[in-house]
Design a protein around this ligand. Sequence first.
Ligand code: C5P
Length: 210
Amino acid sequence: MKTPFIIAVDGPAASGKGTLAAILADDYGLPCLDTGLLYRAVGHLARGADLDDHAGVAALAQGIDAGLLADEALRGRMAGEMASRVAAIPEVRAALKSFQVAFANQPGGAVLDGRDIGTVIAPHAPVKLFVTAEPETRARRRWLQLSAHDPELAYETVLNDIRVRDARDSGRADAPLEKAADALLLDTTDLDIEASIAAARSLVKSRCGA
Ligand code: C5P
């Protein structure tokens, strides 16, 4: 069977991978899935729940629907923090896996962004990007977004959040954040958005020859 045209875009928090994934999906006319939103939705549903009850938290994944995924609350700071906590629970990852695998393997292909797309969800993806940037750069970009809605928010708070999230996402035992051996590295520390898009497009072309 022919491998579908899957573009896997992984990387740490606020690396710009979501923006790049959406643009690449548009370029190639492919459906796009922001897999972080799935973990954010479970984290949102798990507010106040006992996170040691792994089966109970995993069961909340059944309550995710399109309406919840569109909820602006999922984009906030606390949702990101809760997402990374529930994402460290293997039962939660297992509960979300089959949907992501099916999305990736739909006929015609797909673009997915996350932490483990190239390593676990679609290890056979013909194109894999690992998008990263220095923590300070990512924190500044995220702070600029978040402080528009929360003027009291300090840059140092966002930088600390990013460092905690990086450590948790990279240090967990199940599907940690890591670059797949065959992923192409895109470091956007010194690139603005236009240059990042151009670099991502050129890396994809180098892999698929399109
Ligand atoms: O990408 P985003 O920042 O929205 O992801 C929120 C959290 O969800 C991440 O910090 C990570 O812990 C988790 N996540 C994951 N695997 C994915 C996508 C997101 O563990 N494929």
